[in-house]
Write a protein of this length. Structure first.
Lengths: 246, 213, 213, 246
């Protein structure tokens, strides 16, 4: 079996064919796993009317890295699906919030666990499921619920992606991925939910057969494209944030 | 750290951490709650769970000692405890929804004496910030809330009914403010403990619902 | 290996394996289908998926070279291919249900010209053996069936309507028997190829539904 | 944080308090991951009216190892929930089948992927979900279906376990587990679905902090009891089966 390499030479090449109107999932949680380089390439590529799916639209902290808020500012986004469309503390403001308040960009606010499970469902061929989350809240108003064993649950639908951008620690040429610590977060779910998964990789990409099959977090069959992140400043890497008490 | 009456932020976190029982799995939310993992809990075995899939972490690390791949729910670089394990977001919230979190500690804008609380949307806003709060509030065995007792203008955050959209209903078991520790009991709050320098009349004056001793 | 007319078991597996296209993810079921991973497929890149979560395996290993921790869907000790990965059962069937299996190859008791097939319950039985067949049949992009053309008493296994309870309806794309390769086309089967020594009248005589050349 | 060890000294001690009427999941698929030693201990412990959940009732192959069929033969089982209650080829006979045919033991036959997903759902706080599997078959007769995006799906409910028996390759004293190759199968799902997870472990059980947190297949919070498998003949280990062509 001759393994074809999934390695691309540049971020620009890896995102070149992303079409207007695509649903793009962007992994990461508070830094680790966030595909800064792919997001930057998508800013340069210019696809429009995107639906962006992520935990947050970003931009709450300094230094600011490429995020969904920037894609919105760049006029590329029709809608976001996130667990944050505003900051948790009223005194903070996310760059995205004003675009949502003004109606320039639409948003669907989804509890974080439901967001994760909806992508997991899409990747697992489950079209819909019930969850206890958000029952009795504004988010459940007018929606279908069901009582199972005496408890009320909300019906939620799978959330498939056209494209997933994720960041991994290690990869082989077959697309098998390994994450380090909190880098994993949404990334494996987005890889399974997407038709096209593009990964920025921190360590040198190794030949297939090099990684231990027991220690793979995302099997290569879910991954189509890999790009090695070059050293800074050409490549974007997480930098230490100012220590925060919030 | 604060000119306010009673406990400061770390003291509130320390006070809540005293409630954690042997063997508990504890989820700490963004803000003051994340400070609980800095509290010395003696020889109790507590497992801190962060919504991003980190199971078993410890104190926030000082500048220069951080591992940039490792953050808690608030994005702070924490240390790992022995026996830690990492899972993805779906599995992390599977742990939450399946009722394995003994307590979740969160911040809030308002807590009602009915056990309702609100922490995701402010008055007049179109959007909000839910994060993992609704999942945690719906399915953790207990919800503890840490918040300043009043807004800057003196308005009580402990109320009879939430004015803001709720995060979950009837779930709050314990509230810690700068003034003390309170339990929602329907018509009002039972006072479990008052912070040093705070007496019941002062606490009642700052509270929009009855306090019971 | 068999005194029957036409192909033997490994030849049927080899013939089906010729259908696998570059880049396909192929699931092989218990019985003759597992023999496909023994077939030399040249330089095509095929990933064999087993329902128990082994993604990327190769031939069955000879006695003495087995790793007892590694089995295919039939419980045979197989080898791993470069780039293999292991997942749990939920994730393995997630791959199946989400439509990522390009073809599943299964055995069956009966195949109907409608594309229905039956392979989990025999006549008069109270129970059955489904295994992963219903998940695979419902969600793989293609279902290929390998089976002996007739029962021991000569009754055709290629039928107009399944008499046994079906595993899934209208999903079979290709059938390989000891007599040849056939496609279900509604009222009957189109003959794609006949095994050496088998002519159309002989194949038709063994088949309970029309064959079309 | 002082980690309490979850290590038990014997299989008998680890299964001592399993109550009559328990729902017991037994991991494994065609050998790897099968908890032969715990099953043997349960045969000796004698709990009755059990509901046993596994891929199969076992006994199709020689040499026969402790299996659900033996628990049935021992009068301990009221019901099994499996993807096989009979062999796949009509010429084979599972030991269990005659107990089912005669009505001495009840059975629920569940497609393998649905069985896995029902336990995954139980462990993930999802009470019910929809699946395409078994639509249009005898198993779906009279049951609730729903059309989503033009395709028909069957409603399935979570399957929680009281007890899970599983077999792992490595473990630490905190209960973190690592499986090797095809040993993983149903084991992680059963651990998450169960109130009490008991694990037989092949390698020496190491102190907490020894295993890499990124490479854990089941976090210790899902595991209550561990027993190291002694060398044969005291402990039961997989032996090579006669090579089979089926």
């Amino acid at each position: 079996m001759a393994r074809r390499s999934k390695v691309f030479g540049s971020f620009a090449e890896a995102v070149k064919d992303i079409a207007d109107g695509s649903v793009v999932g962007i992994g990461g949680f508070a830094g680790p796993g966030t595909p800064y380089n792919l997001t930057k390439a998508l800013l340069e590529q210019g696809a429009k009317k995107l639906t962006c799916v992520a935990n947050t639209t970003g931009g709450a902290h300094q230094p600011r890295m490429p995020d969904i808020g920037m894609l919105v500012e760049n006029g590329q986004v029709a809608k976001v699906i996130c667990s944050f469309t505003a900051a948790t503390r009223p005194t903070d403001t996310l760059p995205f919030t004003k675009y949502y308040e003004s109606g320039e960009c639409d948003a669907e606010l989804v509890p974080q666990g439901t967001l994760a499970e909806r992508m997991r469902a899409a990747g697992a061929g489950i079209p819909a499921f019930y969850t206890p989350t958000a029952v009795g809240t504004e988010l459940a108003e007018g929606r279908e619920t069901r009582v199972i064993n005496g408890r009320e649950y909300l019906l939620e639908y799978a959330l498939p992606l056209d494209v997933a951008f994720i960041r991994a620690w290690k990869a082989d040429e077959a697309g098998n991925l390994v994450f380090r610590l909190a880098q994993r977060n949404f990334c494996p779910l987005m890889a399974t939910a997407a038709t096209l998964t593009i990964v920025e990789v921190e360590e040198p990409i190794v030949p297939a057969g090099t990684l231990d099959p027991d220690l793979i977090h995302v099997p290569g069959i879910f991954v189509q494209r890999l790009v090695k992140i070059p050293p800074a400043p050409e490549g974007l890497w997480t930098v230490r944030r100012e220590e925060r008490t919030r | 750290m604060s000119g306010k009456l009673g406990w400061d932020r770390q003291q509130m976190a320390d006070r809540i951490a005293r409630e954690f029982q042997e063997g508990w799995i504890v989820n700490l939310g963004v803000g003051i709650p994340t400070m609980c993992s800095n509290t010395d809990i003696g020889d109790r075995e507590i497992t801190y769970h962060a919504e991003n899939g980190v199971i078993g972490y410890g104190p926030v690390l000082p500048m220069g000692q951080e591992d940039l791949h490792l953050v808690n729910a608030g994005g702070q670089n924490v240390s790992l405890a022995p026996g830690a394990a990492i899972v993805n977001h779906a599995d992390s919230f599977g742990i939450i929804r399946s009722g394995r979190i003994d307590v979740t500690v969160m911040g809030a804008y308002e807590v009602a004496s009915s056990g309702d609380f609100a922490n995701w949307k402010v008055a007049g806003a179109k959007g909000g910030g839910i994060g993992g709060a609704m999942d945690l509030a719906a399915s953790a065995k207990r919800v503890f809330i840490i918040l300043e007792h009043t807004q800057r203008n003196g308005t009580s955050r402990l109320v009879r009914h939430c004015a803001l959209p709720v995060t979950a209903r009837g779930v709050v078991k314990l509230v810690c403010t700068n003034l003390g520790v309170f339990e929602p009991v329907g018509e009002g709050f039972r006072v479990r403990e008052l912070a040093p320098g705070v007496d019941l009349p002062a606490a009642q004056a700052a509270t929009a619902t009855p306090l019971y001793a």
